[in-house]
Design a protein around this ligand. Structure first.
Ligand SMILES: Nc1nc2c(ncn2[C@@H]2O[C@H](COP(=O)(O)OP(=O)(O)O)[C@@H](O)[C@H]2O)c(=O)[nH]1
Ligand SMILES: [Mg+2]
Length: 404
């Protein structure tokens, strides 16, 4: 009887060990396995920074899961990076949708941290709920009043008249004050929040987005190792009425400060006439994987200050997307800007779905360019990504012609 029991247990053990050792593991240069996860809850403002600084983001140990992982037995050094989401308390469940996608498709293997920012105090319910869904450390930051509001040089009456005009003209978000504060904040301030001080890279995640495909490598390490400063998935044309004087104001800046313009810039992405006019192409900034140090640098800080003084965030409706895009296209080397064609992404109403079928299947994508509701925006008329390929001299992927 004892021998029988021993045989059954031994057989079970052999089966389990065999299953573990043959588990399919994708070992790439950038892959890690599960790591420890600690939550930092309920911090805000200065507290958030103190908490964030205590975090040692780079020293997590790899937990071995199978024989194959022995190749990775050295401690895995994560990049210095975090997700960042600007959100209202009312965005909670739309943000949970996004977090779940990001965790399932990418972050459950890396446990990168996540910073949440708000111009209002996050509620306990928001913080407690969110903390249960992120696998890295969660930090909640309060935006200081001086970063979210009208600067003193803005004529509020003039700004109100513009909003009224835009309401009549039915310009999207044209009559909104908070939307303007948000665009100005994302342009000039989020990267100054102390909760982001410990990090070099960030990935911006908005509520209610989708990720269609597995991401089977460490995107942040990829940025670091390829010396990239800005990554996007979707690019398109901005509404003319929201940025009437943005290019004129930008030209004033680069004419006065030509030293900041890269000799190998992406000027051909943003202008069809060598800088005479702006063609309105911009990277859609609701998705961004980028370098915080780029925004922290002298060129961008001075550029933002110049734009901010000109007042277009309030007298027009300059978005952070064209502002970031103009800066990246002018001040960076074109080799520092990357299109993540392999990141299947949706933000209402556009998608980026990998063009090649083989890749979609390899990454277990749920998007299909042939299907109307998630068709691939990338090669459509209103997308600027074809221009990006031309500006960088990149070869287009197989089958792009069928997705125009
Ligand atoms: N805290 C805060 N976040 C905001 C506010 N307005 C927008 N956001 C956030 O800013 C980002 C962009 O706003 P969203 O409504 O998605 O604009 P859209 O993507 O341009 O349609 C999202 O992450 C929102 O959660 C606001 O008034 N307060
Ligand atoms: Mg959005």
């Amino acid at each position: 009887m004892r021998i029988m029991r021993f045989l059954v247990v031994a057989t079970l053990l052999i089966v389990v060990v065999y299953r573990l050792s043959t588990e399919r593991v994708n070992i790439t240069d950038y892959v890690t396995k599960s790591t420890s996860s600690t939550q930092v809850k309920g911090t805000s403002g200065a507290l958030a920074s103190a908490a964030a600084k205590k975090l040692d983001a780079n020293k997590d140990q790899v937990v071995m899961k199978s024989e194959n992982d022995k190749a990775l037995s050295a401690p895995y050094e994560k990049a210095s990076a975090t997700f960042v989401s600007l959100a209202r308390n009312s965005d909670l469940w739309d943000l949970i949708d996004s977090i779940r996608m990001v965790e399932d498709r990418f972050n459950h293997r890396y446990h990168y941290d996540w910073v949440f920012l708000n111009d209002d105090e996050f509620t306990e319910e928001f913080k407690d709920t969110i903390s249960r869904y992120v696998s890295g450390k969660a930090t909640f930051g309060l935006i200081p009043k001086e970063h979210w509001g009208f600067p003193e040089w803005i004529d509020k009456e003039k700004a109100a008249l513009v909003r009224e005009q835009m309401r009549n003209d039915k310009v999207i978000y044209g009559d909104s004050i908070p939307y303007r504060h948000m665009c100005r904040y994302e342009s000039g301030f989020f990267w100054r929040h102390p909760a982001l001080d410990p990090y070099k890279f960030y990935w911006r995640v908005e509520p209610h987005i989708k990720l269609f495909c597995d991401i089977d490598y460490d995107v942040f390490k990829f940025m670091e190792e390829k010396k990239l400063k800005y990554g996007f998935t979707i690019s398109l044309y901005e509404y003319e009425t929201t940025i009437k004087t943005l290019w004129k104001t930008t030209k004033e800046f680069i004419d006065a400060n030509p030293q900041y313009v890269s000799p190998n810039s992406l000027m051909d992405f943003i202008s069809d006439d060598k800088g005479e006019t702006y063609n309105r192409c911009h990277f859609w900034s609701n998705f961004e994987v980028a370098s915080l140090d780029f925004w922290r640098g002298e060129a961008y800080q001075k550029y933002f200050e110049h734009l901010d003084k000109a007042g277009g965030f309030f007298y027009e409706r300059w978005g952070d997307a064209p502002v970031h895009s103009l800066a990246a296209s002018l001040f960076l080397d074109k080799d520092e800007v990357h299109y993540f064609q392999d990141i299947g992404y949706w933000h209402n109403p556009f998608s980026n779905c990998p063009t090649e079928k083989e890749e979609r299947l390899r990454l277990k994508c749920t998007c299909n360019p042939a299907r109307d509701h998630d068709n691939n925006f990338t090669w459509k008329d209103y997308s600027c990504t074809p221009k990006f390929f031309n500006a960088k001299g990149l070869q287009r992927p197989k089958g792009w012609e069928d997705q125009t």
